[in-house]
Design a protein. Structure first.
Lengths: 308, 251
């Protein structure tokens, strides 16, 4: 079955003076999917969001949202999308309730009319209904911003790094909420620096230097990982990082939680040889295991490694 | 040197901060050794920022005691400020000053000699690969570069302790790792690192971590010990099992 396309982007370019922010981005997001956009800082993610929400005009190329052109039909689009910018941009000196009422009225609706859609998050911020938005903690601000972006029941939701500064428990709650919105049929385009969140998307686009390098499901992107990935531990982790980088055949090495992840060429070094090499330079408690790459490993590989 | 032999960088005893009826920090006690990387974790609103403000001499506790870099937070907050560095995700550098101007401003505030500023600025810029950007406005740098620069500026005066409040918030995975290598370097030089983060892989890079829930320290240990105690394979699992017990909802 052909699914409808909620967002269609064709050869989109944007520059600021002499700086090229987007250099020919093409993709489509299907109706009802969670489409993740990941990439290094400064890759052009926010510029893309701002064009799709009709806040910026591209230099060339075109984009449609819900079938409407982002330049010509911006009024139609603004009725149909919700946008949560990366920087908290609600009114800090209005209360939680006043912010919600304000955004509802701007869209000619009311909080009550759409309460069902935001119920799950709204009950969490309701105890602070009379608190000024500026005085909320990070997690609460994000929940309020999501409520405000949803208050007119948009067809497409644009979320620019919505969970930055949000603790792990609140992040999980936030994503449970996104899954419910998806079941409601809302299309979600979301950027995130958290690769565990990227893995939850239906498809991911990896953007670098203003271009999309690959668009695919998380599983398909993981399967493209080039090389053999090893998890390496010893009793002296910082020295281990420096020593590993000096070993011939090690293509990339970076810290990864309680171990280091090391990429080697296929067939270049056997795990047991790597372990004995490390013991020779004085490491104790060495453990080397072959592992499958996670989305974060794919990011490191696509981004050009920690040295780039 | 064994842990008990090392001088303490931070000692907090029953530290408490109340705002009216609300107890933001509720009798927390812990100590941090010199040269340690100490992860200070907790949910949004658990009281981390309040505690950090007291430890950096910006706010007085309602009761309890804390010695930071050898000085009492009640009696000598100004001496504490001279001996620490501080950086946060939200505010660290002036966007409308250039890279070099920011370094000169902060180094000057901390009383670094002019001759040393010039020399160390060149070293620092070449180490960060920012030599070509010395006259660039900080606002136009990518976030990852900005944060690395902000961190380097916060330790420019070689403080005894550096406080980092969510330094890598919103930073991409590659840049986060470069950032943590800078942390390792300064800890290697003996600077104590006190850091908050919401990235649980970063919690693993700390020597010890504490997890705050509702103003109290609910757990404090090495990451490996915490994983063993809570029967979890990751720090994310540990954090979630502890933080889900919170009654305070985000504020």
């Amino acid at each position: 079955m052909m699914r409808g396309e909620a967002v269609v982007v064709d050869s989109l370019c944007k520059s600021y003076g002499s700086v090229d922010a987007l250099t020919g981005v093409t993709f489509s997001a299907y109706e009802g999917e969670i489409f993740g956009i990941i990439g290094p800082d400064g890759a052009g993610k926010t510029t893309l969001f701002r064009i799709l929400t009709t806040l910026l005009v591209p230099r060339s190329g075109s984009a449609t949202v819900c079938g409407f052109d982002t330049v010509r039909d911006y009024r139609e689009i603004r009725q149909r999308v919700g946008y949560m910018p990366g920087r908290f941009s609600l009114y800090q000196d209005l209360t939680v309730r006043e912010n919600l009422d304000f955004f509802a009225k701007v869209f000619n609706t009311s909080v009550e009319a759409n309460r069902a859609l935001i119920e799950d998050i709204y009950v969490q911020i309701e105890p602070f209904a009379n608190r000024r938005a500026g005085a909320l903690s990070g997690g609460m601000k994000q929940k309020l911003a999501l409520c405000c972006a949803l208050i007119h029941r948009p067809e497409v939701l644009f979320l620019d790094e919505p969970t930055t500064g949000v603790d792990p428990v609140s992040r999980k709650e936030f994503w449970e909420m996104l899954m419910r919105l998806k079941r409601e049929g809302i299309t979600i385009l979301v950027s995130t620096p958290y690769m565990d969140e990227a893995s939850l998307c239906d498809r991911i686009a990896f953007i670098k230097c203003g271009r999309f390098l690959s668009v695919d499901s998380p599983a398909a992107i993981s399967s493209l990982f080039d090389g053999v990935l090893l998890s390496v531990r010893s009793d002296s982790m910082y020295r281990l990082l420096l020593d590993l980088r000096r070993i011939p055949g090690v293509r990339a090495c970076y810290a990864f939680g309680d171990s280091h992840h090391v990429t080697v060429e296929r067939g270049a070094i056997a795990p047991s040889d790597l372990a004995s090499d490390l013991e020779k330079v004085g490491h104790s408690g060495v453990a080397v295991d072959r592992i499958e790459p996670l989305m974060e490993d794919c990011f490191m590989s696509l981004a050009g490694g920690a040295e780039s | 040197m064994s842990d008990s032999m090392r001088p303490m960088a931070i000692q907090a005893e029953s530290l408490t901060k109340k705002f009216g009826e609300f107890t933001a920090v509720d009798h927390i006690s812990f100590s941090v050794s010199s040269g340690e990387i100490f992860g200070f974790l907790g949910a949004n609103g658990a009281g981390k920022t309040t505690a950090m403000r007291i430890l950096s001499g910006l706010s007085f506790p309602t009761s309890g005691k804390a010695i930071v870099a050898g000085f009492d937070v009640m009696k000598d907050p100004e001496r504490i400020k001279q001996n620490i560095g501080y950086m946060s995700q939200k505010f660290a550098l002036y966007g409308d000053l250039t890279v070099r101007e920011n370094i000169r401003l902060y180094a000057g505030i901390y009383g670094v000699e002019r001759r040393l500023i010039a020399q160390r600025t060149d070293e620092l810029l070449s180490r960060l690969g920012l030599t070509g950007e010395r006259d660039t406005l900080v606002a136009s740098l990518p976030l990852g570069w900005k944060q690395k620069l902000a961190f380097s500026v916060s330790v420019f005066h070689e403080p005894k302790i550096v406080f980092l409040d969510e330094p890598t918030g919103g930073v991409d995975p590659a840049a986060r790792r470069q950032f943590w290598e800078l942390i390792y370097e300064v800890a290697d030089r003996g600077i104590t690192v006190f850091v908050t983060t919401h990235y649980m892989d970063e919690a693993e890079y700390c020597d010890r971590v504490s997890i705050m829930v509702d103003g109290r320290i609910a757990a404090l240990d090495r990451p490996a010990e915490l994983r063993a105690i809570y029967g979890e394979t990751t720090m994310d699992g540990v954090f979630c099992s502890i933080a889900r017990s919170a009654t305070r909802k985000g504020d």
